[in-house]
Structure formats: structure tokens, C-alpha cells
Design a protein around this ligand. Structure first.
Ligand SMILES: [Zn+2]
Length: 282
């Protein structure tokens, strides 16, 4: 069993720990904030993370990354076994499903009624969309059939039912600040505000995978990986001083308990869904 002692990977220490420490020292600890405060703090965190990322580190979450095709499959003709039905209007490539569900849950936790209008789009659907948009004189709003990232189940068209979703809206700003933590980007070349794509497996840039998957919860001692790093970063944002090494040891479990105790949750030291939502995935 790995402890929470300083980890052996110096790259992770350089990339993560100083940022979190600097942020933490300026903030009140373990205090419930308003949704606006959370978003504002997220701005600071994201700015700090972006500005401190050392050159050469492979980051999948960029506006120029794009999803990869699925080996052995045909765009717009995926097998039902490759898709997860999230709701009546969204089938998503299975490995992205947990992250999409978590992204939607996090948005709703912050007061944004985020929902999907369409995810996977089969070939016939792509032909329909292309004809529709070309008829409007905006062919660029739909890919050439057979080339849409909707055809891989890796693109999501969002809608927000309780506030506007446009380039200057709160909801879009929230997405730009938070979707990356769930592996989703808004591609620079896409001019539809609602269209987001999943590159949580690294995408065409082969960047570091970003996965926060509901299926890995509850997360408890002994867990390892990217999801644990996200939790450790969140705990640090709320006042812990953990090394972000992706190893869920006794110290991480102790801080989870502290967080639960100070937020009215039952103290288990295990990250269940309620705890994760309260943490806010910072
Ligand atoms: Zn789209």
C-alpha cells in the first residue's frame, strides 16, 4: 500500500504542488462558498495552472486538439455495444460516458442546468444535418457526412435550460473553465458555442489522458491514477496540503474525512458521489 509520502515523479511535483500551495495560502479554509465564489476561484486556479504548466508537458486539453477515430469502426456506424445511452437524446462513446455525466453533474451543482441536445449522430443523421445547414447557407455548421466527430460518439451538443448559452454567457464561461477537467474541449475551429468534443483519452495530440469517471467511485484507499489526482487537487483547494501524486493513501483518506466533517457529510474517508460533487472537482 502506497503512502502519501512525497512521490517519486519529480515532474508531477513541479507541475502541481507549487500551484496548489500558492493558491491555498490566499484563501479561507474549509468554508462553504457561494456558487459565484466557486467560479471566481476556479478562474484563479485555471489561470494559475495554465501559466505554470512547464513547457514540454503534454496537455490534451487545448482548443487545437481533436478526437481520434475509433480503430476498426466506421464513422456514423458504431455498434450499440460501443455506445452508452445517457438519456433519450444522447448516446456517447462508452469510455467518455462517465466523464460526461460527471461534467453535467458538476455544472448543475454550480446552478447551471446543463443538458445534452445530441451526442452520437449516425451517418443518416449527418446527411440530414449537412443538408439542413447547407440549406441555411451555413454548410460549415455540419461536417461532411462520414467525418463528423458526432459520428464517433465523441462530440456533444449541449443546451442549458435555465440561462443563455452564448459566447459571452456565464454558462459558456463555466464550460471553458471546467469542461477540461472532464476531458472535454471546445475546438477552436468550431463556431457553434454548444458543440464540445471529448479528448479525455489524449485525442489526436496524444496528450495526457483526463478521465474523471463515475464508474471509479466510490474511490477509496489503494486507488491510483488521474481521478485520485483530481480529488487531491480538490482537497488542496479546500485547504489540505497533499502531494498530488495520484496515490490514495491514508493521508488522503484523512483529508477526505476532514472535508466530509466540515461539509455536513457522513465521515467515511471514501469519496462517494456526494462527496465528489461537494468537492466540486477543483
Ligand atoms: Zn455538434
Amino acid at each position: 500500500l502506497r503512502s502519501d509520502a512525497p512521490q517519486t515523479n519529480p515532474t508531477l511535483t513541479d507541475a502541481s504542488a507549487p500551484v496548489v500551495t500558492a493558491e491555498r495560502s490566499t484563501r479561507p479554509r474549509l468554508r462553504v462558498r457561494t456558487a459565484l465564489g466557486v467560479v471566481f476561484a476556479s478562474v484563479l486556479t485555471v489561470v494559475a495552472l495554465v501559466s505554470c504548466t512547464p513547457p514540454g508537458q503534454s496537455n490534451a486539453i487545448t482548443g487545437t486538439n481533436r478526437p481520434t477515430p475509433i480503430a476498426g469502426a466506421t464513422n456514423g456506424n458504431l455498434a450499440s455495444s460501443q455506445l452508452y445511452t445517457l438519456n433519450s437524446n444522447c448516446q456517447i462513446y462508452k469510455p467518455a460516458a462517465g466523464s460526461l455525466a460527471a461534467l453535467i453533474a458538476a455544472a448543475r451543482y454550480n446552478g447551471i442546468a446543463l443538458d445534452t441536445s445530441e451526442c452520437y449522430r449516425n451517418y443518416a443523421g449527418q446527411v440530414y444535418q449537412r443538408n439542413y445547414w447547407c440549406g441555411q447557407g451555413i454548410c460549415a455548421n455540419a461536417a461532411t457526412p462520414g467525418y463528423s466527430n458526432h459520428g464517433w460518439g465523441k462530440a456533444v451538443d449541449f443546451k442549458v435550460t435555465n440561462m443563455p448559452l452564448n459566447w459571452t454567457s456565464f454558462a459558456y464561461t463555466w464550460l471553458t473553465l471546467n469542461a477540461g477537467r472532464f476531458g472535454f474541449i471546445h475546438p477552436d475551429v468550431v463556431n457553434e458555442v454548444w458543440h464540445w468534443e471529448w479528448v479525455g483519452d489524449g485525442g489526436q495530440d496524444h496528450g495526457d489522458p483526463v478521465a474523471l469517471d463515475l464508474r471509479t467511485w466510490p474511490m477509496t484507499q489503494g486507488a491510483n491514477g488521474t481521478d485520485v489526482k483530481s480529488i487531491q487537487q480538490s482537497l488542496n483547494w479546500w485547504g489540505a496540503n497533499l502531494t498530488v501524486d495520484g496515490a490514495f493513501g491514508p493521508l488522503t483518506g484523512w483529508w477526505v474525512g476532514v472535508f466530509q466533517s466540515s461539509h455536513g457529510l457522513s465521515v467515511s474517508g471514501t469519496v462517494d458521489l456526494n462527496t465528489a460533487l461537494k468537492l466540486g472537482f477543483h
